[in-house]
Structures are given as structure tokens and as C-alpha cells.
Design a protein around this ligand. Sequence first.
Ligand code: SF4
Length: 315
Amino acid sequence: MSRKLSNEKILVIDPDTTYWAITDNLTEAKKIENEYTDGIREELKRAIETKSKQILPTFIEFHVTEACNLNCKYCFVPEKYRRNIRMTMNGDQIHNVIAKVLNYVDTIEDKNYNVAISFQGGEALLCKELLMEIIEDYSNEKRLEFTFQTNATLIDESFLDFCINKNITLGISLDGPKEINDMTRVYPDGKGSFDRIFSAIELMKSKGVRPDVITVVTKFNVENLSKIIEFYHKMKIRSVLLNPVEPLNKMALSLVPTFEELSSYYEKAIRSALKINVENPHDRIIIRNVQELIMCLVSDIIPRSCYMSPCGTAR
Ligand code: SF4
């Protein structure tokens, strides 16, 4: 299939195999499509199947709860579940899942193979005491690694010290500076979450931890992506994943930027990051989507969460 990227560029892509090319005229696009025969498609499909059988899972998103203390406008969890703390797994259930992961890990001969379990939600820190106890129980499991993806509003000093001590990484959700973040990431009473997130980030920095951030890209912040990158750099954020909002409900659907907005403002954001990184080689900011894409293109390394067709497990 061919799709116009801008007035100058046309993308030719087969979503089933991710065979792609970019050209600047329609005749050339048609020629590329014609050269992409059924034989090539089948060969690529076979190569993907063979490769995918060799890939071992290294990252598990573990949604331990549907409950959350926030009410983000695009949230994928239905509100009745978010407001209900009973939508949280108990200790036995969590142990059962981890035991299954460990059983699987034990079947792999490569002793260097390990798996990261990322506790997510809802808001996983609503049950942080339980999760800290559970992580403690697996302290001797060298083939397991733990991480948290959190809205950061419940991070406190003792939890942070625990994470530093156990080498646990934290991913923070933040949609930009206060005036932008607080349009989407709000408490149930409508109050913005920025101030609380900012305090958590300052606390992390005071302990020598540079935060990694996930930013959901919506109609509210897409035009400001390059300013957001500059702002994050000033905040000493180490890396950011710019994830377009998933249209999983009506509200989220209304916040999805157009393809043209996404391509043009992502390009500007990438240019900002490049400029910052050239000017500050010892204090860089990484856009992880771009880093992972480049890694995929130039090496055999596979990102932990793949958003690409035809697999797209992390979509
Ligand atoms: S923090 Fe996550 S789970 Fe909670 S409301 Fe926001 S998007 Fe939903």
C-alpha cells in the first residue's frame, strides 16, 4: 500500500511484513509496489516466523491492579474499575504469576537469560507495600529484574530508597510542563497532577536518579513536542518515550492527533533532541522510540516492547 507522508514524500509499505520504502513520486511508488512480488512477501513472512521463534521474552508488563488515584482523560481502564481498589491482585495471585515466569526461565539453558517484570496498573503503587514485600522474597533470584511504571504521585522517600537499594528502575508518566500535563493527567476532582509528579522527580534527582519518562502524545501537546523535549532536558530527564494516545475509548479517540501532525511535530522534536545532544554531549536526552527504531534498522537488537506490525505485542 502507498500513503502520502507530505507534499514531497510517499511511503510504500506492506503492514504484514513491514517491507517499506520512501519515494518522492507516485510513478516510482507504483514501480516499487510492482517489484514487491508474492515471492518476496512469502520469503519475508518465513523469515519473520523463523526469527520470532528464536526470540525469548525479556520484558513482562504485569498489571497488578486496575485501580488508580488519577483520572487521566484518555485512560484505557474503565472508570468503575479505576475507582475500585478491589480490582487489585492479592499476594498469592501475584506470587503464582511470578512462579510461572520463573518456571519458564528455568527451562532456558542460557544462564545469562533474564526477565524484567514491570509492575503497572492502574496505579501499581497503590499496593506498593505488598509489592515491596514480594520483591524482597525474590531477592536471590538473579534471573529476575523488577521495574515500575507509575504516575509518580505516590512515590515517597522510603519507596524510592527501596528501589535504589534493589536496583529497580522507575518509569514516570508525564505529559509535559504543568500547563500541558494538567490538561490530561488529572485527579478525579479535576486538579492537575504536575506538582506532585514534579516533587517526585526532584526527590529522585536529589538521590542521583535521572528519571525516564513516558509522554502520551495527544492533540493537547503534539504541537509542543519540541518544547517538551527542551523542558525535559532542563529537568534532567534521561529519556522519554513519546507514545501517541491509543484510541481505546471515545474520549481518547477525540484526542488522537492527525498523521500529518504526528509526523511533522515528531520530526521537530527529534531535531530539538539532536541540537541539545550536540550542544551537551555529556548531558543528553534520548527519545527512546527513535533510539529503538534506529537499533532495529542497523542491528540485530530487538526492543523490549515492540510496536511494529505484524507482531505488535505491545500495541
Ligand atoms: S495514571 Fe494511568 S491508569 Fe491512572 S488514570 Fe492515568 S492513564 Fe489511567
